[in-house]
Design a protein around this ligand. Structure first.
Ligand SMILES: [Fe+2]
Length: 321
């Protein structure tokens, strides 16, 4: 459990830092699990600093993920905006994933706090800017994700895929931040479900299904207690298991009553579940998952979004309207 006043830290691989960097974040050593300030954000960090550290056996410095979101998102934005010659795409993806994972650990398996929401908005602002600026960014971020279907990786994956599809449909940056937030938190209602039901290695009983089918509505309830969340976010979370034909849950919302972003999270959630190892099934290949989804396109999933998902996955430079 994270101490309430201790920030999380994300690693910066020094091998990857190829030139003088205008970093707007403090940098720390990891001294046996204790983080010691190495350099304040106001001071320069040069290539020769980097080489000296590497020569003395230090391979990483650590950037703090602050509790109010301001410092960390500014730092992450700076890093993601650097040219690839200064910070290669792979290193950007690692820093971004470290930030996303740290926030996921605070927000998707326990009661989310207002300050975590601020961090999440900061992360999504940086992510949306990066995705909107570079056509290859979607696949860069996707390369860092995992497919073990833990609650953390699922939240991150669904957010990245949803943002990719949102950009493909021409959504504005502020709409994308709300879409990303809803995608990241879509299963927050599962925090009310017992572990034995959530991780059951077999089919659920009818009684267990009644409980499971409440998690979108419970997610809406949880998020409605936080200040500053747009209604769109609550609606997307509450509708992520609804289907075009009205056979989804919990309310059977159909067709034109489905929020355009609920449709995105819905298809992406199903795709990521199919392509990740779960407690009751092994991961399918992306091709096999798309073939299965295709059978339900039009009935359960939006045909235009399915076509966009196929394009997005197939072409590293597709993702922009
Ligand atoms: Fe769900």
């Amino acid at each position: 459990m994270r101490a309430s006043n201790t920030p999380d830290y994300v690693p910066l691989g020094l091998q990857e830092l190829r030139s003088d960097l205008p970093l707007s974040c403090d940098l720390y050593f990891d001294n046996g699990g204790r983080y010691v300030l190495y350099r304040e954000s106001s001071l320069p960090f040069t290539r020769s600093d980097c080489d000296r550290l590497l020569a003395s056996g230090v391979n990483h410095l650590w950037a703090p993920l602050s509790k109010d979101g301001a410092g960390s998102s500014q730092c992450l934005s700076t890093l993601l905006a650097l040219p690839d010659e200064q910070l290669p795409a792979k290193a950007k993806a690692q820093v971004w994933y470290g930030s996303a994972m740290a926030i996921a650990k605070r927000s998707v398996v326990s009661a989310i706090e207002q300050e975590t929401l601020a961090d999440l908005y900061g992360l999504l602002g940086s992510t949306v800017s990066y995705l909107a600026r570079r056509k290859s960014a979607f696949h860069t971020l996707l390369s860092a994700t995992a497919h073990d279907h833990s609650a953390y990786t699922h939240a991150i994956n669904v957010a990245v895929y949803s943002l990719g599809l949102g950009i493909a449909t021409g959504a504005s940056e502020s709409d994308l931040r709300n879409l990303g937030l809803a995608a990241f938190l879509h299963d927050i209602g599962k925090t009310k479900i017992a572990r034995e039901v959530l991780h059951k290695p077999g089919p659920l009983t009818p009684e267990e299904w009644v409980i499971m089918k409440q998690h979108p509505a419970w997610g809406e309830d949880i998020l409605s207690t936080l200040a500053g969340l747009p209604q769109d976010v609550l609606t997307i979370v509450s509708q992520h298991h609804e289907r075009l034909d009205g056979m989804g849950y919990p309310r059977g919302v159909a067709r034109e009553n489905l929020h355009r972003f609920s449709r995105i999270v819905s298809i992406v959630d199903a795709f990521d579940a199919m392509t990740s190892d779960r407690c009751y099934a092994l991961a399918r290949s992306p091709f096999a998952a798309l073939a299965l989804l295709k059978e339900e396109v039009g009935e359960k999933y939006d045909p235009k979004l399915f076509a966009s998902l196929v394009l997005l996955l197939g072409n590293p430079r597709v993702g922009h309207a």
